[in-house]
Write a new protein. Sequence first.
Length: 219
Amino acid sequence: MKKTLLVGALVLPLVAVGTYVAFGRAARLEQGVRSRSSAPPPRSEQGFRSGIFEPPREAPAFSLDGSNGKKLSVSDHLGKVVILEFGYTHCQYVCPVTLARLTDAYKQLGDAAREVQLIYVTVDPTRDSPERMREYLAAFNPTFLGATGNPDELAAVLKAYGVVAQQVASKNPKLAYEVDHSSFLYLVDRQGKIRGLVPYGTSAKDIAHDLESLLKTET
């Protein structure tokens, strides 16, 4: 499968280019910014199996309410490899699959997983309190951290990362609404720079491979 190449010279909000999304409606939201290029990306020097940023870009800063009861930002975890995922706790399809694969990838990393931190940023601040996110994420891995805030704070973070999210009616009578959203994982290196972009559906083995590549990279 061809991977998406993201060139660092592009404005970061265009990260949504070519993004895989939770549902078809969100895909239509992104049609205006889809890449028209069909050329496969060159291999990165680390041999990533995901899309790459070349050159790497500084991860946009944010400060949100963490599921650990503290303010949470990417800069808190400089020195570790950070995985940024955007989703929500009432997601019925894509988010649980991705979190389960990340849990598996952590297991494959063994002791090295201690040098990796997942930050799960909600696209549903109305329902996702820090307490709700802590309970939800603990079912996958107790080290996973959730990040939430007020709608304006989250909207700014989504814009900075080029994440598309929109409330839609739910077919599930138990849910007031669902949120269609972009479903890439952002891989941030030890220096706080975005190095990789993992599309939905990537195997745990390939995710673990790219995390190992970043863990071995000092600069």
